[in-house]
Design a protein around this ligand. Sequence first.
Ligand code: NAD
Length: 315
Amino acid sequence: MKRFIVTGGYGFIGSSLIKLLLKKNFKVINIDKLSYSAQKYNLRGITSKNYIFIKIDINNKKKILKVLRKYKPHGIFNLAADTHVDRSISDSSNFIKNNILGVYNLLEVIKNYKKKIRLVHISTDEVYGDIIGTKKSNENFPYTPSSPYSASKASADHLVNAYVRTHKIDAVISNCSNNYGPRQHPEKLIPKMIYNILNNKPLPIYSKGRNLREWIYVTDHCDALIKLFFKGRSGEKYNIGSGINCTNIFLVKKILKSFKNKKIKIGKKVKILFVKDRPGHDFRYALNSNKIKKKLKWKPKINLNQGISKTVDWY
Ligand code: NAD
C-alpha cells in the first residue's frame, strides 16, 4: 500500500486531496501546523485507520525527518503555504517563512533522508505573472510574479528545481490555476460571494470586475496531482488548468444565477459593489495545459456550471 504525506492537509485543496487518496485506499499522514486557514471540519468524520494527523510546521526539520523515518512514505504532496494575495500585500512575512523557508526545509529533509521518496510540490499559475492579450503560458514561460505571494511561490519552485539538479532529489512541480469547490476559506472570491449572498451583504469586486482567471474544480486538480506522483517526470513542471477562463464579474453573476436556479432567496442588500483595485493586480492568467493532457492523459471532468452548483450546495 502506498503511503503519502500531505502537508497543509487541513486546508482547502489538501483536505480534498486527502479524501481522494483515502478513497483510493492509500495511507495518508496529514502534516499541518494549523494556521488560520486550516479548518478541522474539513476532515470531520474521517475514521479510516489509513489516516493520521500530526501537527507539525514544515519548518521543523527534526520532526519531519522523524515522521519520514517512522512511516517511510513513498511521496510527499506539499500544499502547506500561505495563499491569500491580499494578506501577502499587507504583511509578507508568513509568505517568506512558510512558502520559501518551509519548502527549503522540506528539501533539506528530503536530501538528508537519502531514501527513495518523491516530492510533488504544488505551485500556482500566478508565478507566470500577467498574461497579456490572448497568449497562454506553457511550462517554458518565464516567471514574472507580481505579488509577494506569487514571488514566494516562484522562489520555492526555483529551489525545488535546484535541488533536483544539484542534489538529485525526485520532485515534480504543478502550476495550477484558481481552484474552487467545497471547504475553501471564505476570504477567497467564490466562497466570499456565496457567504455574502447567504448573509444579505454586498458583493465587493475589485475595479470593474474585468480581470480574467482560469477556474478549476478542486477534485480535478487533486486527480491531476495523483497523476503527477505516478506518471510525472522528475524535474519537470506541469500546468494544470481547466481552460475555463472568465471575468470576475461573469463569475459572480453565475453564482447569483445558481442561487436563483436553486430558488434560494437573495436579500435586498446583495448588490455588486466595485471596490478600489488591489495594488499590482494581475489582469489575466491563462494556462496552456496541453502537456499534462497529452503526456499524462489527464483532463478535467467538472464544468463551471456543475462546479458552481456543487459549491453553492456545500456552503
Ligand atoms: P489553504 O490556505 O486553504 O491551506 C493551507 C494549509 O497549509 C493550512 O491548513 C495551513 O495550516 C497549512 N500550513 C501553512 N503553513 C504551514 C507550515 N509552515 N507547516 C505546516 N502547515 C502549514 O490553501 P489552499 O488553497 O488549499 O492551497 C494549497 C496549495 O495550493 C498552496 O501551495 C497554494 O499556493 C496552492 N494553490 C492554490 C490555489 C487556489 O486557488 N487555492 C491555486 C493554485 C495553487
